[in-house]
Write a protein of this length. Structure first.
Length: 102
């Protein structure tokens, strides 16, 4: 098992992902949606998060880390996105409408 000090690549990947997800939350808080004219910024932040994911995968291939970290970090990132409105689908509004109609 690698020492924690050998995880600098994982920390870098986590920082990249954290910056991307916090920027998505900030953008959503400022404008109320990540759609319409903000689609390029949204896609850009998701691409940055994906780069962080790829760095984490590459790093894990070189220096395996405990599996728990590969679960904890993405769960924390997804919990950050719970504060945002749904971005790429209006299905949530359709479900609310269907619930009110029935």
């Amino acid at each position: 098992m690698a020492k924690v000090t050998d995880w600098w690549g994982l920390w870098a990947a986590g920082a990249i992902g954290l910056i991307a997800y916090l920027s998505l939350v900030r953008l959503d808080a400022q404008v109320g949606t990540l759609r319409d004219e903000f689609t390029p910024q949204t896609i850009g932040w998701y691409l940055l998060a994906f780069v962080g994911f790829l760095v984490a995968l590459w790093w894990n291939e070189r220096r395996p880390i405990p599996l728990v970290w590969l679960w904890v970090i993405p769960i924390v990132f997804r919990l950050l996105l719970l504060a945002t409105t749904p971005t790429l689908s209006d299905d949530v509004y359709r479900y609310i409408w269907d619930g009110n109609v029935s």
